[in-house]
Design a protein around this ligand. Sequence first.
Ligand SMILES: Cc1ncc(COP(=O)(O)O)c(C=O)c1O
Length: 391
Amino acid sequence: MALPTSRRSNRIARLTQSFIRSMTRECERVGGINLGQGVCDLPTPPAILAASVQAIEEDISTYSKYEGVDALRERIAAKAASFNGLVNVDADTDITVSIGSTGAFNCVLQGLFNPGDRIIVFEPYYGYHVNTMVTAGIEPTFVTLPPPDWPLTRDNLESMIDERVRGILVNTPANPSGKVFSRTELQVIAELCVKHDLLAITDEIYEYITYEAPHISLASLPGMWERTVTISGFSKTFSITGWRLGYAIAPPHLSEAIGLVNDLLYICAPTPLQVGLAHGMATLEHTYYRQMAESYRSKRDLICSTLSDIGLTPCVPNGSYYVLADITPLGLSDDREAAMHILEEVGVASVPGRSFFASDTGRGLVRFCFAKAHGVLEEACARLQGLTLED
Ligand SMILES: Cc1ncc(COP(=O)(O)O)c(C=O)c1O
């Protein structure tokens, strides 16, 4: 009998297991501190935990509407108006609550794009974006933003738009670069979306984690509401990555298709957690969001000053909780060797830069995630201080 061979659909033929997973395994093997994987291990606000426990105890256990429970959609609409400047969001027709922002993104691709379509992706990129597109038969068209400040220019972007490009994806604040798109840059994107009749998709999951300039939602710019899907979620803001709650906001002519796919793929997001989140969020003070950003800012400052001290110059992030650092002073051949060397020499895991680039730019970079308890980050930074560089 023939030995079983591993089997894969054509759809996933180009997918590979990410280096983030293998670095996590290596990190566990050497008992290191994991600044590789982007899992924030900070506590969830107690009010959200309590309200969710209550929802479970009240046995709110059946499917919700496919677009999400009313109370949560109303809370999202209110937040979209007060925080994102999207003042006309109708909770009944414009919001789909999904299985994390990841679920929402998948519904947007399946509901609004066809195999063979192209979507502009800025690199460095978040790997799930690219892999989800590839699995849907959509081709990413990469526009490279250069380190350390990742500026976007009109020429750079427009030169990559051809007749097969149907959309532009904007992740702001971005993983892994920490770039927060400026109003001027968003205006360029908006103008080109209108000129070439493109849809915009945003991923704003780190919207509350900004350090210098405020977060701006592309859909709030003139002419963009009609052609933008705004995706966000709760994983990062409330440290509930495992609850799988996120959403897409879009006008009804786009939301209808997104909701249809959400129903088909997931039926709904977990009902008691939606209810608990809606009630818990209602009790949080505004200061919660400010304090969270402040806490990440002090962690950013700590890791960036450590990296500068030891000569691995950081591309200082303006938002999110990742930092890309230049590993060329280590004198090693590439990013993978550098990440393994740092782990083996001082016991700190990072992610090789090529995980975030289609081009070779990532060869000279590794990414550290600083969403860690303060003591853990301090220990990681103390260890990094012990790294030896080539003379
Ligand atoms: C840019 C970006 N989008 C989305 C996600 C995942 O979000 P969710 O938990 O809402 O699916 C992550 C997680 O690391 C991310 O970095």
